[in-house]
Design a protein around this ligand. Structure first.
Ligand code: NAP
Length: 313
């Protein structure tokens, strides 16, 4: 029998894309009687109340977490330790503390020591997002059909883990479990490296002297603009990911650089067969993603064709 996904009081700390989407999903599924929220700025807290994805806005993280049965920390990874230290004395016995951080080893290092006895810490990471941030970016369907990875620490309370899993399922997610170190390695290749490549390509284009910026923008439908979506992601969030998943990211960047050199060599030596084989292999990966329901099969990501070529507008 699966666990009950409902909580009496949920606290969401960090009210941006992920915290906001979670609030909307909780409301949609009627999964809590009350949601208290906290974010650093008054403007974000006010906006969250206006939109209605939290019921009350606290003026400190501690106040938001007090009396909550579930506390979900949805701040950038670099802020998690300080938030955990602040809420520590106010956590209710039996409460579950979790997070949405994109990195897990560093979160366990920073939050773990601040979880009192009798409180259950179950780190988590919803593999769902967009390039937008802030309270207006959230929407209830963000987690639908997407994986949420839980990385329970040794000795984690089984009932707490099962309850949190049931909660994420009721928010629309499919739940998976991983060792935290393995999570960080997997995410380094499926999320962190793609973002870093995108930041790098867009940076390179921005630095070019032989091609003007207006040409880059004008002809971006040639492929460049698909990288700009990733490269427009929140700078604070991505700075924190780089600083907190250093080893796994450096490992993947090393592999990437080697493979890039191999590709350079194939181009230099006119190795058409090598290039063709690589491109055939990578095309099959795209097919597998579509078959797994993790993206649309529609051409050009299902974009409105009137937006496909800006010249038509
Ligand atoms: P976001 O839209 O930028 O929102 C971050 C929120 O955290 C804002 O409300 C911000 O408050 C608040 N905040 C920052 N520092 C804080 C602190 N010290 N105390 C309390 N609140 C604080 O970011 P997001 O995209 O929702 O990401 C949140 C977390 O989810 C990150 O850890 C990220 O790694 C993870 N994640 C993101 C994605 C994604 O695609 N974006 C996907 C999965 C997981 P203000 O608005 O007042 O500045």
């Amino acid at each position: 029998m699966s666990a009950d996904p409902h909580f009496k009081r949920v606290a969401i700390i960090g009210l941006g894309l992920i915290g906001g989407s979670l609030g909307h999903a909780i409301k949609r599924g009627k999964l809590a009687e009350h949601i208290s929220g906290y974010a650093t700025s008054d403007a974000t807290r006010k906006r969250a109340i206006e939109i209605g994805f939290i019921d009350s806005a606290a003026t400190t993280a501690a106040e938001a977490a007090k009396d909550a049965d579930l506390v979900v920390i949805c701040t950038p990874v670099g802020a998690l330790g300080a938030v955990a230290a602040e809420i520590e004395p106010h956590l209710k016995k039996g409460a579950i503390v979790t997070d949405a951080g994109s990195v897990k080893m560093a979160v366990i290092r920073d939050v773990g020591p601040h979880v009192p006895d009798g409180v259950h810490f179950v780190p988590g990471h919803p593999i769902a997002g967009t390039e937008q941030s802030g309270p207006d970016a959230g929407f209830a369907e963000l987690f639908d059909g997407r994986w949420c990875i839980l990385t329970p620490v040794p000795g984690a309370d089984r009932d707490a883990v099962a309850k949190l899993a049931a909660f994420w399922e009721a928010c629309g997610s499919k739940v998976d479990y991983m060792e935290p170190r393995h999570h960080d390695l997997v995410l380094a290749i499926v999320s962190h490296l793609p973002h870093l490549i995108a930041y790098n390509i867009v940076g390179t284009a921005d630095d070019l002297e032989t091609v003007t910026e207006s040409e880059v923008i004008k002809y971006s439908a040639g492929g460049f603009r698909d990288f700009t979506r990733l490269a427009s992601s929140d700078p604070t969030m991505w700075r924190d990911i780089c600083l907190n998943n250093k080893d796994a990211i450096l490992e993947m960047l090393g592999r990437f650089s080697e493979d890039l050199s191999a590709m350079q060599r194939m181009i230099r030596w006119g190795d058409g067969e090598g290039l063709f084989n690589l491109f055939t292999r990578t095309r099959a990966v795209r097919r597998s993603i579509i078959e797994a329901g993790q993206d649309t099969a529609a051409p050009n990501f299902g974009r409105d064709p009137t937006h496909a070529t800006p010249e038509k507008k």
